[in-house]
Design a protein around this ligand. Structure first.
Ligand SMILES: [Zn+2]
Length: 79
């Protein structure tokens, strides 16, 4: 069954609070207190907020990877 929602393809937006800009970057992160080591949470960021969001995660030691959205989507999905 195809959901009608799949007909439209809304552009992903930045995860920064109040920002509606199109996401360009994917920040992959992991909180070792909550997640198993191979688990990846993702935040989306526009050009403007990539620095802000990555430093937020970076100072906590959570940030694992920063890649473009296009590159992230071309990666094989892990099970
Ligand atoms: Zn933004």
């Amino acid at each position: 069954m195809n959901s009608p929602e799949s007909a439209e393809n809304p552009a992903p937006v930045c995860s920064a609070k109040g920002c509606r800009a199109d996401a360009v970057w994917v920040l992959a992160w992991n909180n070792p207190k909550l997640h198993t080591p191979e688990r990846r949470k993702t935040w989306l960021a526009c050009e403007e907020h990539r620095e802000h969001l990555s430093s937020f995660l970076g100072v906590r030691g959570f940030l694992k990877d920063v890649v473009t959205l296009a590159e992230w989507e071309s990666r094989p999905t892990s099970p």
